[in-house]
Design a protein around this ligand. Structure first.
Ligand code: GTP
Ligand code: MG
Length: 361
């Protein structure tokens, strides 16, 4: 019997999605950190915590960012945050200076204290060793409790649908690094920004959604404002993931490949860059209503205008545009890359692996 052409095309398309999904899993799995790397990093964290406690006995040193949210790639940097539980504590500036001196004396790290930065931090790096062939880069900040919370939020999203969410995010992180559009200092977007774009897409763009909106789910019991607010920001979200996994099931059954293709299509064509704000908390918002216009008439405000080309609302610090560092050129490049990726995947080459290789070239 002869298969009609449209049925054959459909079968080919489905085969491409299955192949590409498999390639994506295989690709990201080999880029995950090894157990050895994770163990060395935990040892480093413990060593640093012990040293910091000689200055501030009531302190704890916690991981945030990719090391703690499930989106870590091999050799990614370590983001550490020092919390001090006592009321009387040194200022961040003094702590950074003292800690810098101490680490320089007591460890093999290359140390760069930045006590007068907007957010004072100590930057550390370690030369390569057998357990860490590419060394370590690490930033220690202080009292950045919001970062710990947004890390926990991203981790919860990763846990709801680990296969699809983690594969998409990890792939986009590798892709954006290889395509050189992951440098906030050079006018493109941080990893954190890309992760928020993925979650926004899975919560608010896909219909049916792949993920629920954890910040809008009703709490299981009444909660007071003291429990939900941190530094004036509402940081509450539904974090009982075990319960959620029992009660919430996405009706979206698309493969990772289909989601990724649609992600690139959406951000190359459909997202309203000129007027829209992507908010994982509240869906698509307007730049106007947030006061984040980028068409202010000039007169010394060039700097301001450049900040709101691309708008991504921080999940908790709602007055903060995570993509403020993206310049006009940066956005042009990023959109060009989204278009290129959509084009490569739409051409559906015979072998999915070829598409992946071309994508990350
Ligand atoms: P890689 O370092 O590339 O592996 O990615 P990452 O997941 O660690 O992301 P990134 O280094 O961009 O950010 C680390 C963490 O810092 C994030 O998870 C956030 O908690 C925090 N962070 C980074 N950028 C911002 C920002 O612009 N605003 C806020 N509020 N937090 C940020
Ligand atoms: Mg990081």
């Amino acid at each position: 019997p002869v298969t009609p052409p449209n049925q054959r095309r459909l079968a080919q398309k489905l085969r491409f999605f299955t192949d590409l999904s498999q390639c994506l899993f295989d690709f990201v799995i080999q880029l995950l950190p090894t157990t050895e790397e994770l163990a060395v990093k935990e040892d480093v964290r413990r060593l640093l915590e012990r040293l910091i406690r000689t200055i501030e006995p009531d302190s704890r040193l916690l991981s945030f960012g990719s090391t703690a949210n499930g989106f870590s790639l091999r050799n990614s940097d370590m983001d550490l945050c020092c919390l001090i539980d006592s009321k009387e504590r040194l200022s961040a500036t003094d702590l950074v200076t003292m800690l810098g001196d101490l680490l320089e004396r007591e460890t093999k790290f290359h140390v760069k204290p930045l006590p007068h930065a907007r957010i004072p931090i100590v930057k550390l790096s370690l030369d390569p060793s057998p357990g860490l062939p590419l060394g370590i880069a690490c930033d220690i900040g202080f009292e950045n409790r919001l970062a710990l919370e947004n890390t926990r939020l991203l981790m919860c999203y990763a846990m709801i649908d680990p296969t699809r969410v983690r594969t998409m995010v990890l792939f986009l992180k590798v892709w954006s690094k290889r395509r050189k559009i992951n440098s906030p200092y050079k006018g493109t977007l941080s990893s954190y920004g890309y992760v928020l774009l993925v979650i926004y897409f899975l919560v608010h763009v896909k219909n049916p959604p792949v993920l629920p909106n954890l910040q809008q789910m009703p709490p299981l019991r009444p909660i007071s404002k003291e429990e939900t607010h941190l530094g004036g920001y509402n940081t509450w979200f539904f974090d009982d993931i075990e319960l959620l996994r029992q009660r919430w099931h996405s009706e979206n059954v698309e493969t990772v490949a289909e989601l990724l293709i649609d992600f690139f299509r959406y951000y190359s064509r459909d997202f309203s860059y000129n007027t829209g704000v992507a908010s994982i908390r509240a869906g698509l918002l307007k730049k106007d209503t947030k006061g984040w216009q980028n068409n202010l008439s000039s007169g010394g405000f060039n700097d301001l205008r450049e900040r709101n080309r691309l708008c991504i609302e921080d999940p908790f610090e709602v007055d903060y545009n995570v993509a403020r560092c993206v310049t006009k050129d940066g956005l042009y490049t990023i959109r060009g890359e989204f278009m290129r990726a959509a084009r490569v995947l739409a051409s559906r080459p015979e072998r999915a692996i070829v598409a992946l290789a071309e994508l990350c070239e």
